[in-house]
Each structure stands twice: as C-alpha cells, then as structure tokens.
Write a protein that binds this ligand. Structure first.
Ligand code: SF4
Ligand code: SF4
Length: 437
C-alpha cells in the first residue's frame, strides 16, 4: 500500500532574509490573453487593465525575472510557474529561451521545477517533447465529460473545446508527461459530481485532480452584462471584473451545491481511492487536520502566492490583479523587495484579521479559516459583513469529513498509511464504531 502523497499544491520555498520564508510566483507571459473564450473566465476582462499592450513578455523582462528569482532562492529547488491567459500563445521558442536562461543563471546545485497551466488546445508533439525533456508538471483544464466541458469552455466562435483538450490529454499522457487536471465546478456540472469524478478516474485514468468553484461576482448594475460572459464583444459594452458585488452570475456554483459536490466525491474516494487518486481539496484538508501547511485558501494567513504580469507588474495574488493590489514593477524594484513589502504582509495578515466573529467561533475554523478573501462578500446571520459566500458548503463538507480525516491524521501520526482508512471504515460499517487505531 502506498502512503498518501503530498498534493500538487504550490511548492513552499525558503528564500533570502529579505523575503518571507515562502512565496510562490505565477507568471503570465501573455497577461490575460487567451485563444478560448470560456464564459465564466473573468480573467479575460483583465485585458482592459492594459489598453494598447501587446501582451507579450519581452526577452529582457524574462531574463530579469529568472535572474531575480534564481538569485533569491537559497534552497536547492526553485519553481517556475507559467499561467495565463494561455501561456502557450507565446510560442515554444519563448519557453525554450526561458529554459536556456535558467541554465545560464542558476546557481550550482540549484534544481528548477517547471509547471504550466494550459487549456491544451495548442499542444502538439513538439510541445509535449519539450515538456517531457524538462519535466514540466502540466495543469490541464477539463470540466468533465464533453457535455459539461463544452457548456462554458468555448472558443471565440462559441464552439466547445473538449475534443482538442482530450487530444492534448492523450498525447501528454502517452508521452509520460505528468498532468494535473484542473476542473471548475459550475452551474453545469455541479449536480453531477460522480459523472465528473468517474470520467477523470476511469476514462482518463487521471491520478491528480483539483476542483475550483466558479464564483463570478456582480452588482445589480453589472449582472446582465456579466451573465453574457467576459470576452471581447466588438462594438458592445464589456464589464471589467472586480471583486465587487453581492450577486453572482448564473454560471456560478451555489454554496451548498459545492459542498455536496465535494462530499459525494469524498465518500467515493475515501472508500476506494485513498493513496491512488489525489484530490487537492482532500489533501489540503488532511494537512489541516494534521496541523501542517496547507493550501493558501485554507491557511490562517496568506500572501505568499503572487502574480507577475507580462510587463513586470507584480500583484498580491492572481485573484487580485487590480490596481489596489499592484505592489510595483520588477523592472524598477527588485522582486524580493516587493514580495516582502509591508503592503504584501498586510494583504496576507488581513486574511485572518478581517474574519467575522461568526468564523472565529466556528467549529471547523481550523480547516477553513474563512477560505479565500475574494469570496467573502456575504453577511453572517447576525449581520456582520465579510462572510465567505461558500460558508454553508464548507460547513457541510468539513463536518462530514471530520471522522475519516481524524482517522487518517491519526494513522499518519503513528507512522502508518493513510489508505488504511478504507479498511477501517469498511469494518466500522459492518460492526459499528472501531477502536482499531
Ligand atoms: S487571496 Fe485567496 S488565493 Fe490569493 S493568496 Fe490569499 S487565500 Fe490564496
Ligand atoms: S465554515 Fe463558514 S463560519 Fe466556518 S470558518 Fe468557514 S466560512 Fe467561516
């Protein structure tokens, strides 16, 4: 039996004395530009922050980024994480140059790990050979079987992208590239958790997957436009997405629906897939039950997952690429001074400091910590603002998984294997409560 592996969560790195102990940097070489037009992707509207831009990271900035990052790291492993928009629109030559720059600037003994998040539509054998050669971990966006995926993940002509993504999955896995599935949970697939999970596990034979809730905020004024999507509309009005408004679009998942989606998958996973299939939310929950570092959204504080735009602008987080959260530009200020700035420290500390009283008294605070501040836009039952939109879903989830999580945490603490939970739960089911651990 295998021990439960750690997740594909952002790697934690130790850095120089100027920086926090750990930070994770996503880089967007094409900004928000993408060849698809996924209806729920409000990142598309971020193009409007840079009017007239070419949205291509220059070679000079690429060198600055890589040199500063490699200089900064004191640990043997450094992670370079490409994200979009769609980063492959930069072309393979750009990534080849990035790898050449890494070879040129890395310190003796430094090992560089590469990740890329892609919609998969541009991948061909040359890309796949490159990923294999340099051990890229590829995050591939798939929302489940075709009917769910094509509901929102469409190209500029409105056609579904499923067939192209499936082709990418096949060629990547046939060539031994490690792939992590990123699936959103939205109005189209949220009531079909097992169809989604079984598709990934049984048809794709995927081992690593993560589920991200779609929550698109809107105000009464922007809701109608927001419901139409965030892509370009020649000659028509288009809203810029900001973290404002207490309404959500019709594509968004409902709080308890999201909780039930994860619970249904968890119940299947904990009976038969522990140690074989790795679901990021469950790994992160187990880390919290063990009192270990977890995903940023489930930690007490955050601020260690920043994002670098195509022009060198550094923002506090990928979900806060907004003028108020711009820390500076790495062409003018060393990245580490921005990462360790007071503004960024406050951003991270605010995650806990702004928690409403309702969360502070919550029985699952240790597992949830109010989740991500971007989703805290509803009121508590006693009228305090700042409660997470997903609260009722998370309460359901964390209370539901408490017992098996406690068993797994106890197993790991005693040097045993987390997947023993499956036989323990089976015995409990047959004979009542077990005292096996
Ligand atoms: S704002 Fe949310 S996504 Fe960003 S670092 Fe904090 S918890 Fe993570
Ligand atoms: S479950 Fe709800 S009340 Fe509890 S910490 Fe999370 S958001 Fe706050």
């Amino acid at each position: 039996m295998k021990r439960t592996k750690p997740t594909k969560m952002p790697p934690i790195r130790t850095s120089s004395s100027r920086t926090p102990l750990a930070f994770h940097l996503l880089v967007k070489p094409t900004g928000a530009v993408c060849n698809l037009d996924c209806k729920y992707c409000f990142f598309l509207s971020k193009e409007m922050l840079y009017p007239g831009s070419s949205f291509r990271m220059s070679d000079e900035l690429l060198k600055t980024y890589i040199r500063e990052l490699l200089d900064a790291q004191r640990m043997p492993e450094v992670s370079i994480n490409w994200q979009g928009g769609e980063p492959t629109l930069m072309g393979l030559d750009f990534f080849q140059r990035s790898v050449d720059d890494v070879e040129k600037y890395k310190n003796p003994g430094q090992k560089v790990l590469y990740t890329i998040q892609t919609n998969g539509t541009k991948l061909d054998k040359d890309w796949v050979a490159f990923f294999k050669q340099h051990n890229f971990l590829v995050g591939l966006s798939i929302d489940g079987p075709k009917e769910f995926h094509d509901a929102y993940r469409v190209n500029k002509g409105g056609q579904g992208s499923f067939d192209q993504v499936l082709k990418a999955w096949k060629v990547l896995t046939q060539h031994g590239v490690e792939v992590n599935i990123l699936s959103t949970v939205n109005a189209a697939n949220a009531d079909h958790p097992l169809e989604v999970y079984h598709f990934f596990r049984d048809e794709l034979k995927a081992q690593y997957m993560q589920f991200i809730p779609i929550i698109e905020r809107a105000t009464p004024e922007t809701l109608t436009l927001a419901n139409q999507g965030w892509g370009e509309r020649p000659g028509a009005e288009r809203p810029l997405y900001t973290q404002i408004g207490e309404l959500v679009t019709e594509r968004s998942v409902k709080p308890e629906q999201f909780g039930r989606f994860l619970i249904t998958i968890f119940d299947e996973w904990v009976q038969r897939d522990v140690g074989k299939v790795f679901v990021q939310s469950f790994d992160a929950a187990l880390a919290n039950w063990l009192g270990q570092p977890s995903l940023c959204i489930f930690q007490r504080t955050c601020g260690e997952a920043l994002v670098l735009e195509h022009n060198g602008d550094l923002y506090s987080c990928d979900h806060f690429v907004e003028p108020d959260y711009l820390l500076g530009n790495i062409r003018k200020t060393h990245m580490l001074d921005l990462v360790s700035s007071d503004q960024q420290k406050k951003f991270g500390q605010d995650k806990f400091d702004t928690l409403p009283q309702f969360c502070r008294q919550c029985e699952v605070l240790f597992a949830c910590y109010g989740e991500c501040p971007r989703n805290r836009f509803i009121h508590t039952p006693d009228g305090e603002p700042g409660l997470n939109y997903l609260c009722s879903g998370y309460k359901l989830l964390f209370n539901h998984i408490n017992h098996p999580m406690r068993i797994m945490a106890q197993l790991l603490r005693s040097g045993r294997y987390a997947d023993e939970v499956m036989s323990i739960l089976a015995k409990e089911e047959m004979h009542g409560v077990s005292d096996e651990i």
